[in-house]
Design a binder for this molecule. Structure first.
Ligand code: ATP
Ligand code: MG
Length: 735
């Protein structure tokens, strides 16, 4: 019985446990289960929820809205732009630029297709065909014979006339053209030979060619101009694409293309960046031409039966026999304030990855130099901030001062320091790098940026990797950029780094153009090349605004030989030279200005009165020192006077040493040179800048009156001199 009770109790207990347990388990996990189920349901519900539908805007009937591909293209571009905002600023700009170029090309292709599709269907097709006669009349009202045609007719009696159209032309129209051209040629006793051709690539319209001159009234010509406009303008500005394309579509569909007049030629041979062509009857020297593939070149040689040109950039896509057209202008570059802070190539394209360059104006790269009557004498100083130069070879605004020396003697360093010293002096600087290493150019840009000098500087870069044509063009482009500022009445400093490489680039071009070579294989006009370049630097008269271009051309010599061909040329063109001596440089005398061989032919009148007073005897003192130094090199027996001259000369040369990127104000230079020449510096080490800097701040903080007298740049009276002397002695005693 007991066992029965035990079993019954056990069962009751188990039942209670099971019931109570289930409740607890349910209480513990039920909440979670419910939550999971709820979430699952919600997720399912979201999946089923319809997404907001993207509704394309409905096309309006018969109004010229943007074709859908183009809209999509633009949307895509904007989206990409948003994405690249995640990158750093510089990368972003670079990608932005690449992307725009790519989409522009794609945009153009799809646009061309749309247009040709649109214009070959009704109702546009019949509209266009109906206007053919009008186009013929418009063309015929414009035809004339050019000087080139006359010259051709002197040697041949038939001038070829070609009439080309997209669709087969009416016989009546052909006869009309034939009659008009025959009449035109009869006026000069010439004959015509008319050819009629069809070319579907025109899309619509017709084109008449008389000799080399083309009168173009086709849609493909309009598309060409449209593409150029598209390439000129930054695309992603709000409605730019829409505006340009709408504009175009309206003209195209109304079919009223302008009659564009230009001349054509043909490529004869092409090699080594030089192209020979025929045709192009009235071409001018220096004019830009465009090849079928879109590449461009500049005419540098005109002969009776052929024309030679140099090609900018690569020339792989140009084929013998392909067409060339005149662009109708001399090679020119963008100019204006938007260039400040930018690095451009000689054609004016930005190469710094900072995106589009706003084009405010253009200037031809070759213009004639200001006439004598437009010039004013050089009379105000341009400070380089370098003691050895400002004291002994001073440079004036409008002067051309050559920096000449062997390789690695600090030529570029002087030019860069001079640019740095123009900070806050309202002078624009242009640095033209010709045939330099790209790494060096980027280093220079970084240095200028670091010292906030890019704000007023433009770099024109034609590195060694660029073609000779671009290296040849670079200094002319840089001068055009500078001239714009000069004619605005501003002061400009231009550095040509360096003209030896420019001469080499020009020699290469000349030899390839088969011009006879002269001394050192340079062409005969190498002197003229540099003189017409450097003559453009000038100080303009007040009537023309009083602006100036100061030029610092750089020439590299071989083993100090300044009597080689190019150095002597440029020395005779410029108004003086700063000769850098590699021996001095290696001795540690930096900047290594060789005082004996350096001169400034006009700068003297441009020096401040104070500096003139202080530096008057400097040259002789240094010359004496150098001579004595050589003389006493091995002797030990030196008399007192000689020793004193040697000591003061040594101090002077130490004072003239100056590190890079440390240009000094003019009054500071005068002060330290005065202190040294008066022998007031005691035993202080002048090579180390502590003494000098201490002296300057002593004057600035404690002798403010004297400092402001010096800052005025006026000559010191005897009284002032005494006071300055006293102050220097006071400072030296306290060091
Ligand atoms: P290149 O012939 O290669 O163009 P360069 O004559 O232009 O050379 P820089 O490149 O200006 O010479 O200078 C050569 C080297 O001398 C550089 O390393 C530069 O830092 C150094 N240097 C130039 N001037 C000074 C100076 N005042 N103090 C110290 N170092 C200098
Ligand atoms: Mg250099």
């Amino acid at each position: 019985m007991e066992i029965q009770y035990v079993i019954i109790n056990f069962l009751i207990l188990a039942a209670i446990l099971v019931i109570a347990g289930r409740k607890t388990v349910k209480r513990i996990f039920g909440g979670r289960l419910e939550r999971i189920n709820r979430e699952l349901d919600e997720a399912e519900a979201t999946e089923k929820m319809p997404l907001p539908e993207f509704k394309a805007p409905e096309a309006e009937e018969d109004s010229f809205t943007l074709p859908k591909e183009i809209e999509d293209e633009k949307l895509l571009a904007e989206k990409k732009l948003q994405a690249i905002r995640l990158f750093g600023e510089r990368e972003c700009r670079e990608i932005h630029r690449l992307m725009i170029d790519k989409t522009k090309k794609e945009l153009m292709e799809s646009f061309r297709e749309t247009v040709s599709g649109l214009l070959t269907t009704e109702p546009y097709y019949s509209k266009i065909r109906a206007k053919e006669e009008e186009t013929v009349d418009r063309i015929l009202s414009e035809i004339t014979l050019t000087a080139g045609d006359m010259a051709y007719l002197k040697r041949h009696d038939v001038l070829y006339v070609t009439l080309m159209s997209a669709f087969p032309l009416d016989k009546k129209l052909v006869e009309k053209v034939d009659k008009a051209t025959t009449e035109l040629l009869a006026t000069v006793n010439g004959k015509t030979s008319l050819w009629v051709k069809e070319d579907p690539s025109f899309i619509a319209g017709l084109r008449l060619r008389i000799g080399d001159t083309v009168y173009d009234g086709t849609v493909s010509e309009e598309l060409y101009h449209f593409e150029r406009r598209l390439n000129r303008e930054p695309l992603l500005s709000d409605n730019a694409v829409k505006e340009i394309t709408d504009d175009f579509l309206k003209t195209a569909a109304n079919f009223e293309p302008a009659i564009n007049k230009y001349q054509l030629g043909r490529v004869l041979t092409i090699s080594d960046g030089i192209c020979w062509m025929d045709g192009l009857a009235d071409i001018m020297y220096g004019e830009v031409i465009e090849f079928e593939c879109g590449d461009r070149g500049m005419v540098l040689d005109i002969q009776p039966d052929k024309i030679g040109c140099v090609i900018f950039g690569n020339f792989e896509n140009i084929e013998s026999g392909s067409k060339v057209r005149r662009v109708g202008r001399i090679a020119s570059v963008p100019v204006g304030d938007s260039l400040l802070g930018r690095v451009i190539d000689p054609r004016g394209n930005p190469v710094d990855g900072n995106g589009y360059l706003e084009i405010q104006g253009k200037r031809p790269i070759e213009v004639s130099a200001p006439a004598i009557l437009d010039r004013a004498p050089v009379n105000s100083p341009l400070f380089t901030g370098i003691k050895a130069i400002d004291a002994m070879v001073p440079i004036g605004k409008g002067q051309r001062e050559l920096i000449i020396g062997d390789r690695q003697t600090g030529k570029t360093a002087i030019a860069i320091d001079t640019i740095l010293n123009q900070k806050g002096k309202n002078t624009v600087c242009v640095y033209v790098a010709i045939g330099q290493k790209e790494s060096l150019i980027s280093e220079i840009r970084e240095t200028l940026e670091k010292h906030d000098a890019m704000d007023y500087t433009v770099i024109v870069s034609a590195p060694a990797s660029e073609s000779a044509a671009l290296q040849y063009m670079a200094p002319f482009s840089g001068t055009a950029v500078a001239e714009h500022f000069m004619y605005e009445g501003r002061d400009v400093l231009i550095v040509y780094d360096d003209l030896s490489k420019h001469a080499v680039a020009y020699r290469e071009l000349s030899l390839l153009l088969h011009r006879p070579s002269g001394r050192e294989a340079y062409p005969g006009d190498i002197f003229y090349l540099h003189s017409r370049l450097l003559e453009r630097s000038a100080h303009l008269s007040d009537k023309l605004g009083g602006g100036s271009i100061t030029a610092l051309p750089i020439i590299e010599t071989l083993a100090g030989d300044i009597s080689a061909y190019i150095p002597t040329n440029v020395i005779s063109i410029t108004d003086g030279q700063i000769f850098l001596d590699s021996e001095l440089f290696n001795e540690g005398q930096r900047p290594a200005v060789n005082v004996g061989l350096s001169v400034s032919r006009v700068g003297g009148s441009a020096q401040s009165k104070l500096m003139k007073q202080v530096a008057a005897s400097l040259r002789t003192k240094l010359a004496q020192y150098r001579e004595l130094q050589d003389f006493t090199q091995f002797g030990t027996d030196i008399d007192e006077v000689t020793r004193r001259t040697l000591d003061s000369g040594k101090k002077l040369t130490s004072t003239l040493k100056q590190g890079r990127y440390a240009p000094l104000d003019n009054w500071k230079q005068a002060l330290i040179l005065f202190a040294v020449s008066e022998n007031l510096t005691g035993d202080n080490d002048l090579e180390d800048n502590t003494y000098q800097n201490g002296l300057f701040s002593f004057f600035e903080n404690e002798k403010t009156e004297l400092a402001s007298l010096l800052k005025s740049g006026q000559k010191m009276s005897d009284e002032t001199k005494d006071k300055v002397r006293e102050a220097i002695v006071e400072y030296t005693a306290g060091v």
